[in-house]
Design a protein around this ligand. Structure first.
Ligand code: NAD
Length: 206
């Protein structure tokens, strides 16, 4: 598969979400300008991105919603489901577990880990929590490649290094810590305060 720019991947994820909404509303076909409007990107970018995933619409009917959603989903995910683990079953971690359970796509949360003995061996939102000491074996035995970190910032680097040592290749890092890992590991740092600060700036007329 050819390497696609990160911004294109971000847009494909948004198109997929909009197509899912259209499908649920029983919409069968959509033109590129409508998908562009719904997703907030220019039409020419939408057409180029969809050509990148190998999908061409019909000039008369536009894109087939179901086929296009499947085509993007196949492009974004390997066949079958991708198994993900979460480390840190605190306030944020539990909210993410809950959210993941409500989603219906090919990413499945398979286990959570924590160091607090009061949280271990419990099920939160359908996900079993193991002690952090068992994480390396779990990753190796279950061939886990993706993890979400929601521990205190002070513990994030140690956890991340252990994850990578065991075979994880992609991390969603919700902590404020800037992780130092080898370049082959894909790290997505997510911080809702950055989004909030941006909105506050523009609301303030900056
Ligand atoms: P929390 O204290 O409620 O949860 C942290 C959890 O991590 C606890 O269950 C704790 O037992 C566990 N933990 C601590 N050390 C551990 C270790 N070494 N191994 C495994 N588990 C360990 O905290 P929270 O409010 O859920 O926040 C979690 C993290 O997310 C913090 O780093 C916080 O700054 C960050 N956060 C980010 C955002 C965001 O938008 N990115 C929003 C809120 C919180």
């Amino acid at each position: 598969m050819k390497r696609i720019a990160e911004n294109t991947i971000n847009r494909l994820i948004v198109y997929k979400k909009e197509l899912e909404r259209l499908r649920k509303d029983d919409v069968r076909n959509v033109f590129s300008h409508k998908l562009a409007f719904l997703s907030g990107f220019p039409s020419h970018l939408v057409r180029r991105d969809l050509m990148n995933v190998g999908y061409n619409g019909s000039p008369a009917h536009g894109y087939d919603v179901v086929e296009l959603e499947k085509c993007i989903a196949d492009f974004l995910c390997t066949p079958g489901s991708v198994r993900v683990i979460l480390i840190g079953v605190g306030n944020l971690g539990r909210a993410i577990l809950d959210y993941c359970q409500q989603q219906n796509h090919k990413i499945s949360m398979v286990a959570a880990f924590d160091s607090d003995k009061n949280k271990v061996n419990k099920v939160y939102h359908g996900i079993y929590t193991f002690h952090i000491d068992s994480i390396k074996n779990f990753i190796k035995e279950n061939d886990i490649k993706v993890a979400i970190i929601t521990v205190p910032a002070s513990d994030a680097q140690e956890i991340a290094s252990a994850l990578v040592e065991s075979g994880v290749r992609g991390i969603v890092n919700f902590t404020p810590a800037r992780l130092q890992l080898n370049e082959e590991v894909y790290i997505e740092n997510l911080d809702m305060m950055l989004g909030l600060e941006k909105v506050v700036y523009f609301v303030d007329g900056g």
